[in-house]
Design a protein around this ligand. Structure first.
Ligand code: FES
Length: 127
């Protein structure tokens, strides 16, 4: 059993913003080739900011904690700011992840960025 920080355990046992938004402005889904786990983020955008964000994570405890942390970090941020959130920052905010669980943090920011890209592609297509 890997050693998890208190922060990871806290987000794992009480994940924030879990679920899926109705009619999201952007959707981002990624799979982890290492373990086959999946993460899906849905976002609502208003005035270029992430107004609401939810996720579904089919994965390990670390992946669930990562998605919860990413949702907290991204909510209220501008799209440019949210695009700058890195997997490393997410792991740092969680006070570290065990070495063999670092790959789990890759899903979080990647799925968020994909959701933003999806939104931007839709806006472009409409204009
Ligand atoms: Fe799959 Fe952590 S083991 S994301």
């Amino acid at each position: 059993m890997p050693e998890y920080s208190d922060k990871v355990m806290e987000h794992f046992t009480k994940p924030r913003n879990i679920g899926e938004l109705d009619n999201p402005d952007g959707t981002g889904e990624v799979g982890n080739p290492v373990c086959g786990d999946m993460m899906k983020f849905t976002i609502k955008v208003k005035d270029d900011r992430i107004e609401d964000i939810k996720y579904l994570t089919f994965g390990c405890g670390a992946a669930i904690a990562v998605s919860s942390m990413v949702s907290e970090m991204a909510k209220g941020k501008t799209l440019d700011e949210a695009m700058k959130i890195t997997n490393k920052q997410v792991a740092e905010e969680l006070e570290g992840l065990p070495g063999n669980k670092m790959h789990c943090s890759n899903l979080g920011a990647d799925a968020l960025h994909k959701a933003i890209e999806d939104y931007r592609a839709k806006v472009k297509a409409e204009n």
